[in-house]
Design a protein around this ligand. Structure first.
Ligand code: DQQ
Length: 644
């Protein structure tokens, strides 16, 4: 969890923010920023504040996005034209939805990406295969001293296609060793793809896997697989059960709507139980099966849960969460101190939704605590790009860990030029929020802090309304940032009401000013803000005096390229009485993962700057509110690259 000690690293030197010589536009220079004497720094800080009017005008300008005197043309070293024709994504006709980002019809897709720009997008500490396409995490498990991550992988191209199970192992969830493909499309029952599945550890330590096969006729069936050598901690070789498939779509379920079996958990009668996502008409459902041997299954009457209007449920996840304890729970744990989470990935809108509820183990049914926040209509794990996620119980550290697929939001042509597509989010621990009791909290696994190096600390900086302050950092492409913000209490009290109907996505992003927001950090920013990605809070005050806080990430100015997604993401974040506003941001080249209030609301962004890259990436603190002063404290660590 973030703690105030995160902001008071005694080993880190306290640095004032200061300005730096603007770099020539459109050029990448290896020269480090000049470190100034503190007195000079203060003087320049004053200048920075004086120039705020200009800069605020720049970001607040509703006219042309870019100032006229900036040259936005780039001289590409290589134009990103695919050398050969590569098969396009073929998900829809195979029975899953479109996997690639498609720019809006009529969008300008002609941005001249240089190889230098594309190379920079590869990350330093996010899991990804060496090349080609990846999607959902599969069968994550801790087995004989190793964390295993299997994943949907297309070995032949950086677009979705004939999917196999890629495989990697790690001792710490951060550094990975790539292993050979675990399962290929070599049987009639998975000829069109070895799709998503989950692992279960049996009481005697044996491991079994259930996965969806897309058959030679594109029917979705469930198959059983197990390690060829259970004594091999690396689990290199896998055996597919000769009696596969073990499940075919039941009557009333379409051949292409039956996929992604969960990890199994124990029933009160001592059987194993799994759930599988599906739909009937527009109602998303999760079917329930009991088994004793993972070879024959009994379909239960009714479903675990159903929500009308939500469409196909992919990658359903079901797990217990403790009401009191700070540890995770094994999937079979149940009892009075336990709530249960249902998560489903909504094929219709491509987001992962969860709800907290009560599980009736005798009936095999789950009921949400709050029906207005049911699965698919309420809370999301993440309000940015985050899909097909899956948790596992890590018996090594008694925690529940969440993996998720983070797709690209640039064009397929760029992915082909890069030779790779997709990342995994940094794995997150999941706990019930003991304070609100109405949401979970997600936080990067503790191991990630081992990559932290070179801290820079900014303490209690006072940001007047409209302030924009460059933060001097040795580099800004791989960062772990922890920040706290305090709004000037007197102003908050004095205001009668402000922005009650705020909505991150609809209200113009970080450039739109209100009385109490936006304020936060802008990452992957270019000197003149020709490119930047603000991550910020926006506080709204109702006439009854109550406050509502929003947490947003604005990609609208993240890139001068025209062929990438520039959505503005965000949602409300609960802030309890006496709490400071806090955020943590992991920046890793083309991914920005943001966590508010210790992980109550999370936003993952994919951004593709063309200028704010390499040594031209910067970071700014800003307070674009019109009324309130904000006091900010920020710790920034450079992040080493993981061994991946
Ligand atoms: N991805 C798999 C399916 C799953 C989908 C196919 C979710 O099993 O439903 O690659 O992204």
């Amino acid at each position: 969890m973030a703690s105030s000690s995160d902001l008071e690293n005694p080993n880190a030197s306290s640095a004032l923010p200061y300005s730096y010589t603007p770099l020539p536009d459109g050029e990448q220079t290896a020269e480090p920023a000049v470190v100034l004497h503190p007195k000079k720094a203060v003087a320049i800080l004053v200048c920075a504040f004086l120039s705020v009017g200009f800069l605020v005008a720049l970001i607040g300008n509703s006219g042309p996005l870019l100032p006229k005197n900036l040259n936005t043309n780039v001289a590409p070293s290589t134009v990103a034209t695919p050398a050969k024709t590569t098969p396009l994504s073929r998900g829809v006709d195979k029975g899953v939805s479109e996997k690639a980002f498609r720019p809006k019809l009529g969008a300008d897709n002609s941005f001249p990406w240089s190889s230098n720009m594309l190379d920079w997008q590869r990350t330093g500490f996010h899991f990804q295969p060496e090349k080609n396409w990846m999607n959902d995490p599969n069968g994550p498990v801790f087995y004989k001293g190793w964390y295993h991550l299997f994943y949907q992988y297309h070995p032949d191209a950086p677009v979705w296609g004939k999917i196999v199970w890629g495989h990697a192992v790690s001792k710490d969830l951060i550094n990975w060793r790539h292993l050979p493909i675990a399962m290929e499309t070599d049987e009639w029952y998975d000829e069109q793809g070895v799709w998503t599945g989950s692992a279960t550890i049996l009481p005697d330590g044996q491991l079994v896997v259930l996965y969806t096969g897309s058959t030679n006729e594109s029917v979705q069936v469930q198959n059983l697989a197990y390690p060829a050598d259970p004594n091999d901690p690396l689990l290199i070789n896998w055996v597919k059960y000769p009696g596969n498939p073990v499940l075919v779509p039941p009557p009333g379920i379409d051949d292409k709507d039956f996929r992604d079996p969960t990890t199994a958990w124990k029933t009160p009668e001592g059987k194993w139980r799994i759930t599988i996502g599906s739909k009937i008409n527009k109602t998303g459902i999760s079917l329930v099966y009991d088994t004793v041997d993972f070879k024959t299954f009994e379909l239960l009457d009714g479903v675990l849960h159903a929500v009308p209007g939500t469409g196909m449920w992919e990658c359903v996840d079901f797990y217990p969460i403790s009401k009191q304890a700070e540890n995770g729970l094994d999937t079979s744990v149940d009892g009075p101190g336990v709530k249960h989470i249902v998560k489903a990935s909504m094929d219709d809108d491509r987001h992962d939704y969860y709800a907290i509820g009560t599980y009736d183990a005798y009936k095999g049914k789950w009921t949400p605590d709050n029906p207005t926040l049911d699965v698919g209509i309420g809370l999301r794990y993440d309000y940015g790009i985050y899909y097909a996620s899956k948790t596992f119980y890590d018996q090594n550290k008694n925690r529940r860990v969440l993996w998720s697929w983070i797709k690209e939001t640039d064009t397929e042509a760029s992915d082909i030029s890069k030779g790779w597509a997709s990342l995994m989010g940094v794995p997150r621990t999941i706990l019930l929020d003991k304070k609100t009791k109405s949401n979970i909290i997600q936080w990067p696994v503790e191991e990630i802090t081992a990559l932290r190096t070179d801290a820079t600390v900014f303490k209690k900086l006072v940001l007047e309304a409209g302030a924009l302050v460059p933060l001097n950092l040795p580099a800004a492409s791989q960062l772990d940032i922890v920040a706290e913000f305090e709004l000037d209490e007197a102003t908050v009290q004095r205001l009668n009401g402000a922005d009650v109907a705020y909505d991150c996505a609809q209200n113009g992003g970080a450039a739109t000013r209100g009385a109490l927001g936006p304020f936060g950090l802008s990452v992957l920013a270019h000197d003149g803000l020709v490119e930047h990605t603000p991550v910020y809070f926006y506080v709204a005050k109702a006439v009854d005096g109550s406050l509502k806080t929003f947490f947003c990430a604005d990609q609208s100015r993240s890139s001068t390229a025209t062929d990438v997604d520039k959505s503005i993401y965000g949602n409300i974040v609960p802030v309890l009485k006496g709490e400071k506003l806090s955020m943590r941001i992991l920046v890793d080249h083309s991914i920005v993962e943001s966590f508010a209030q210790e992980g109550r609301t999370c936003i993952t962004s994919r951004v593709y700057p063309t200028k704010a890259i390499y040594n031209n990436a910067r970071m700014f603190l800003f307070n674009n509110a019109t009324a309130a002063t904000v006091t900010a404290s920020v710790n920034v660590w450079q992040m080493k690259s993981a061994d991946i």
